[in-house]
Design a protein around this ligand. Structure first.
Ligand code: GAP
Length: 473
């Protein structure tokens, strides 16, 4: 089994992530989060919100609607520009994303190449890119049946729906392909209802939908996903400085939450891969097990594109008046934008460890599998285990379970040998296991086992709160 097979199998078996609509043979590019997955996903969102909104007085939160006026997407350029280049096989009708197909061909030609440097969006927005793709695909046959391919066509990624009972052009609407536009159209509202002054930001977490031509690589590219986006409004001229600031802050956030630095890097976009709205962009990339470094988060300098467009299309003035300098200007925007699901995948993959158990721990089995997740990200923070099924031990353990349930998501387990129970918790990344044994009844202390080191400390019950708070929070 390769690493991704192990990860997807563990994710399903232990209730992190299931294939979407599996009961009905699945629905491509959708995933369901199980009992542990939803906890871990919430922890990622909480950690982002804390660092981005809660700990910053200059950032305000927002939760805008998923379905916005279709005019929003005309103004933002998504109706005309949010396309992927695709080709169809004339014979078997299989559809490919043109740039992905070229990449596959190049990989086969150069098998040693382990890095993919492909921009994910708005590739086909540039006519010269389409021309280049057509040239690269000249003479290429369908990998599935050997049939001829059509020339490159643009395929809009937005899901369409209708608002109200009549399905016609007047009721056409889109599921948002990014949360950002909900922020831009509320710029004036937030400014008027809060005491923010530039520079300031508006942050939002929410679902986004893209009818991806080729979803794949587990959670990496799906059709329904969540984004955590910050639009940070700055004075034109200070944008470069703020762009560099957010590049560093966002890189450090991943490292601070347990992703190994050697698996992270920053990559600046070339001019020809920039999205239609961007003046500059950098990706925080993660070294995924499939094809190496790929985009984990995008940080873009969107200039005044969005507020300018919405000002023009709505006929409303979206400029900002600086009371101090008496200047009026349309703010520039720096946008760090990351997918929750893609971040989930990076945290999961990075934490996956296999280790030969030392002889002294034979009961733990030959190979120990554990998730070395940061306690803030781990779904279960603490497992409470009575050493054996004894009434008195169970009573103490259940009291402790009740106590910590009110603070964190914790587990209680009295089934199977203690070694097996440790292994079960290791596999889901529980940072600490607390064991109640017969000594506990005499010394009022418990054993606390550390997931990564497998060390065991004896801690007095009255000291547990302090000890755990410093380790877990
Ligand atoms: N508002 C800017 C924006 O949406 P993007 O680079 O298209 O920019 C931002 O998306 C982030 O959203 C990406 O870095 C990635 O983490 C996530 N993302 C984008 N498309 C995705 C997909 N199909 N599946 C999962 N995550 C996706």
């Amino acid at each position: 089994m390769d690493l991704m097979e192990k990860i997807t199998s563990l994710a399903k078996r232990r209730g992190f992530v299931y294939p979407g609509s599996e009961l009905y043979s699945g629905l491509g590019g959708t995933w369901d989060y199980g009992p542990l997955g939803v906890e871990m996903k919430n922890n990622i969102k909480k950690a982002w919100w804390k660092a981005t909104v809660q700990e910053r007085s200059e950032v305000a939160g927002l939760d805008s609607a998923i379905i916005l006026s279709p005019k929003v997407w005309e103004a933002s350029g998504h109706v005309s520009q949010f396309t992927d280049p695709m080709v169809d096989c004339k014979k078997c009708k299989k559809r490919y994303r043109a740039d992905h197909l070229i990449e596959e061909i190049e990989k086969k030609k150069l098998p040693s190449r382990d890095e993919e440097v492909v921009e994910e969006h708005a590739l086909a927005a540039h006519p010269e890119v389409v021309k280049d793709l057509n040239e690269k695909l000249r003479g290429v046959k369908c990998p599935n049946c050997g049939g001829d391919l059509t020339s490159v066509r643009q395929f809009n990624l937005m899901f369409k729906t209708y608002v109200g009972p009549v399905e016609d052009a007047s009721s056409l609407a889109y599921l948002r392909p990014e949360t950002a536009q909900g922020i831009f159209i509320n710029f004036s509202n937030v400014l008027a209802s809060s005491r923010q002054k530039i520079p300031f930001g508006i942050a939002q977490i929410g679902k986004a939908f893209r009818n991806e031509v080729t979803p794949g690589n587990f959670l990496f590219r799906s059709r329904e996903f969540e984004q955590m986006e910050l639009e940070f409004f700055v004075k034109p001229g200070s944008d470069k400085e703020w762009f560099n600031y957010w590049r560093k802050v966002r890189f450090d956030w991943f490292a601070r939450h347990g992703i190994r630095q050697e698996n992270l890097r920053l990559r600046d976009h070339e001019k020809d891969e920039l999205s239609h709205y961007a003046k500059a962009a950098t990706d925080v990339e993660y070294n995924f097990p499939f094809g190496g470094f790929k985009e984990l988060e995008g940080i873009a300098n969107r200039g005044d594109f969005d507020l300018g467009q919405h000002g023009q299309f709505s006929g409303r003035d979206l400029s900002y008046f600086d009371e101090q300098t008496k200047e009026k200007f349309v703010p520039y925007v720096i946008e760090p934008s990351v997918g929750v699901d893609r971040a989930f995948l990076a945290f999961f993959v990075d934490a996956y460890r296999e280790e030969k158990a030392p002889a002294a721990n034979k009961e733990e089995g030959e190979t120990r599998v554990f998730l070395a997740l940061d306690p803030k990200i781990a779904p279960v923070k603490l497992a409470i285990l009575p050493l054996v099924k004894d009434e008195e031990l169970i009573k103490v353990a259940k009291d402790l379970y009740q106590r910590y349930q009110s603070i964190w998501f914790v587990a209680y387990d009295e089934v199977a040998s203690i070694g097996r129970r440790y292994r079960r918790q290791d596999e889901i990344g529980t940072p600490y296991c607390l064991t109640v044994d017969f000594e506990t009844l005499k010394d009022n202390a418990v054993t606390l086992r550390d997931r990564d080191q497998m060390t065991q400390d004896r801690i007095k019950i009255e000291e547990l709160d302090n000890y755990l708070m410093t380790k877990i929070c």
